[in-house]
Design a protein around this ligand. Sequence first.
Ligand code: 2U9
Length: 342
Amino acid sequence: MDQIVQQIAAYRQEIESLEIGSPQQLEEYRIKFLGTKGIVKALFGEMRNVPNEQKKAFGQVLNEFKQFAEAKYEGAKEVADNGPQAADDIDLSLPGDPLVAGSRHPINLVRKRIIDIFHRLGFAVADGPEVEDDWHNFTALNLPEHHPARDMQDTFYISQNPDWLLRTHTSNVQTREMEKGQLPIRIICPGRVYRNETISARAHCFFHQVEGLYIDEHVSFADLKQTLYFFVQELFGKDVKVRFRPSYFPFTEPSAEMDISCLICGGKGCRVCKHSGWVEILGCGMVHPRVLENCGIDANKYTGYAFGMGIERITMLQYGINDLRLFSENDLRFLKQFTGAV
Ligand code: 2U9
């Protein structure tokens, strides 16, 4: 039986490589393989020589081969009868398949709104690398060597080079801009940042920030407060109240966190604001003189302010979203809810 099975495999290859291009070739094929004196019929005749215990398996091989040979015939006959579908067979007057219009991702919606507001205040958008060296992400920013933020637990390092990492904030764009030495500087830096966090409803290993930097002569904390107050009024409406709380960041001195009155309860107290009436929205401060000097700027002549915010956090507040993971799961049931938003 092995010999016949090998023979069938060879016939299969022959059929596969056959090109049937004319009605005459089609008829020749039919006679050779499917005719009353054809190969398929002859193979079925071999059944009587096969031992009883192998008959079932052989029958299966034969049937599959027969179907294969017939399918080749039917396919070639279809082309011979109707010809291959030509371009002019297509009816262009039929309605097309509907194109479903996409929509902006909520993170990009809010990112755009933030950029537009700062644009009106004279801020330009600056961009920089997501794979950064230690200097631009940490050292220049007065983040000392043993600062916990540098720990492997918090930062993704690039294995080929211990000096490279995935930026943990977009501040690297500002340090690079400052090093260019063209003053004044008035920029915002939107972008993706990476932190080695366990993924949960409140944390992810990547998220998006917008940071801002203004450096010139005589820039004061009052300028910072007024700019940020204008920003939140534009974003959340004129009724929003702000408060600044003292804080600490290695790259700013003095430093503060800015809260806004809770958008859900209007400041009365609810679950979102943990019954305080306030929600934290960003961090800010005057650029530390050591950071200015690190980047080649004369700290006796120039001062500057900086601020940073997480876009996910602002988007969650604006739309009442309670799980950070929704932003990166590509679930259309979530994303479609932003169709039409501008
Ligand atoms: C330079 C100098 C100073 C940027 C700043 C913050 C305060 C801040 C956080 C907000 C939420 C990061 O996304 S978040 O976790 N940011 O609180 N960022 S001041 O300060 C700079 C940046 C660059 C050269």
